[in-house]
Design a protein around this ligand. Structure first.
Ligand SMILES: NC(=O)c1ccc[n+]([C@@H]2O[C@H](COP(=O)([O-])OP(=O)(O)OC[C@H]3O[C@@H](n4cnc5c(N)ncnc54)[C@H](O)[C@@H]3O)[C@@H](O)[C@H]2O)c1
Ligand SMILES: O=C(O)CC[C@@H](O)C(=O)O
Length: 528
């Protein structure tokens, strides 16, 4: 069945076409994001949800999203998506981190000019027939200092354009490397210095607990008198009430805002001030940017739903469409080995070691680790998947250790997973053969050669004559057919393992009988 995607906000028709071209059924309902009840009613019918900012993807909505696998944000900010809730449900959240950066940076520059030359007010006055030539005395931006708070994608483009306009650019961003600062021609400074020196301040950080009110009343008071402030990033970065007071007192000469604490902003403390310019969250609104983000989000979501490729996900490692074919059998192997170890473990797991040896060590091991953790956790948590497993493992305090060795041993690739509990460590290793099928090659250091089968019986025993015959007879008498029988042992007479693939299932009674056979240490049913 073709995957189904719902587009619940207004997106370029390009997105619809791309979904269709790639074999995804698409339902375009551009105003549905504003109708929470209706959206909750139908969300259960879709594998993907493509949104802009109007749709709020809350934990409550996700409860109804029983088959949803991916939420795609055509844009950058994902503050309208409850990512931890999506992660917990194994739903990938992806965005399009670069598609609207240039457009948004240009909007910030446009707002800076609008402020410097009071263009909106002059326009209104002129069109009202007033011709107030002496009223609108602007300032030049050449040789002025622009303070950029947050110098990532958009902040970096703004800085580049401002340098081209002959401004001096200073930036506050704890994550901006000195090399990158030199490359884009900005002087990296601390926030206090930026506030003291900047003639214009432009904000380009996400809204986090650290950046909320980064321009607080106190910070605004430290600004140069006559500063002009531009916010094209997120409402809440600037204390709007404090800014209004600073505008009223004349300490701040002007403010241009595209984003507000409450959106849609129909009332706001900044509204009505003569030196304030506002736009209704238009930062990303150009034909080019909307084409870019629509195309990108549709391609990414379709690639995931159809091919399993993951890009620009905020809660899952990326898997490119190119690497997906080579990685997929190993994802399967990692999940099955994890499941094997998880099903054998009854006590609390304290740690997990994942060893990648040979070719597999050069692959995308983050994705493989996510798959392996899924396998380990699934016997206890039905709903866990590659998206949620790493977060769940972390939440449960499981120490996860990854070891990579590129040298090959007997096999081109070996993946070994060791589960640690308070009592013991148990390892299981596997590989993928040329036929693409995962195989078990080692259990607890004992060499084996077994394919995974849907129903298996795992028996550890003392290597004594007669065991195999007794086990075979017991299963035969119970009407259970043996499909394959793999054996391994440490040394003659020592610990041995039997891995038996069976047609049908072993019930609890029969398992007790296997457990009661002479020399049996442990018997377990496994399902794959
Ligand atoms: N108005 C719009 O329509 C519109 C459009 C696109 C993006 N945005 C918003 O613009 C913002 C920037 O987007 P981006 O693509 O440049 O993001 P980005 O991740 O590339 O850059 C953000 C930068 O902020 C920095 N940062 C984080 N915490 C900081 C802190 N405490 N102090 C200083 N710097 C800090 C990061 O190091 C990073 O360099 C986001 O909030 C995004 O949602 C708005
Ligand atoms: O979709 C929009 O119009 C706004 C997008 C913008 O806020 C973003 O974070 O990308």
């Amino acid at each position: 069945m073709a995957p189904r995607v719902l587009i619940s906000d207004s997106l370029s028709p390009t997105a619809v076409q791309i979904f269709k071209d790639r074999g995804v059924e698409v339902d375009y309902q551009p105003n549905l994001g504003k109708d929470k009840e209706k959206l909750a009613e139908i969300i259960g019918n879709y594998d993907g949800l493509a949104i802009r900012s109007a749709t709020k993807v809350t934990a409550k909505l996700l409860e109804k999203a029983t088959r949803l696998k991916v939420v795609g944000r055509a844009g950058i900010g994902v503050d309208n998506v409850e990512i931890p809730a999506a992660t917990a449900k194994g739903i990938i959240v992806m965005n399009t981190p670069f598609g609207n950066s240039i457009t948004t940076a240009e909007h910030a520059i446009a707002l800076m000019f609008a402020l410097a030359r009071e263009i909106p007010a002059a326009d209104a006055s002129t069109q009202a027939g007033k011709w107030e030539k002496n009223k609108f005395m602007g300032v030049e931006i050449t040789a002025k200092t622009l303070g950029v708070i947050g110098c990532g994608n958009i902040g970096g483009i703004v800085a580049d354009r401002a340098v081209g306009l002959k401004m001096r650019v200073i930036a506050f961003d704890p994550f901006l490397s000195p090399e990158r600062a030199i490359e884009i021609g900005v002087e990296k400074v601390e926030l206090e210095e930026l506030l003291r020196r900047a003639d214009f301040i432009t904000l380009h950080t996400p809204l986090t607990e650290k950046t909320r009110n980064i321009l607080s009343a106190e910070a605004i008071a430290k600004c140069k008198k006559g500063v002009r402030i531009i916010n094209c990033a997120r409402g809440g970065l600037v204390d709007e009430v404090a800014l209004r007071a600073a505008l009223d007192s004349g300490h701040v000469a002007g403010a241009a805002f595209d984003v507000f604490v409450e959106e849609p902003a129909t009332t706001n403390p900044l509204f009505g001030h003569p030196n304030v310019v506002c736009t209704p969250h238009l930062g990303a609104s150009t034909t080019e940017a909307q084409e870019n983000v629509a195309l990108q989000v549709a391609e990414q979501m379709a690639d995931y739903l159809v091919k399993g490729a993951v890009s620009n996900a905020l809660n899952m490692p990326s898997i490119t469409a190119e690497e997906a074919p080579r990685l997929t059998p190993f994802v399967k192997l990692a999940e099955m080995i994890g499941s094997f170890a998880g099903q054998l473990t009854d006590t609390d797991i304290t740690g997990i070691r994942l060893e990648y040896e040979g070719d597999v060590a050069t692959m995308n091991t983050r994705a493989l680790t996510a798959a392996a953790l899924t396998g380990v956790l699934k016997p206890q948590l039905e709903t866990v998947n590659m998206v949620s497993a790493p977060a769940v493992a972390k939440e449960r305090g499981l120490g996860v250790e990854e070891v990579r060795r590129e040298e090959q041993g007997t096999f081109d690739s070996v993946f070994r997973l060791t589960v640690k509990t308070a009592k013991q460590e148990r390892s299981v290793a596997g590989t993928v053969f040329a036929d693409g099928k995962p195989r078990i090659v080692e259990i607890k250091g004992i060499q084996m050669d077994a394919e995974f089968q849907p129903s298996m019986l795992y028996v550890t025993n003392k290597d004594k004559p007669g065991f195999i015959g007794r086990l075979g007879t017991l299963l035969g008498d119970a009407g259970i057919n043996i499909a394959t029988f793999a054996l391994g042992r440490q040394a003659a007479g020592e610990d041995a393992i039997a891995l038996v693939a069976i047609d049908g299932a072993v019930d609890a009674d029969l398992l007790d009988k296997v457990q009661a056979l002479p020399n049996v240490v442990q018997a377990k049913r496994l399902r794959f």
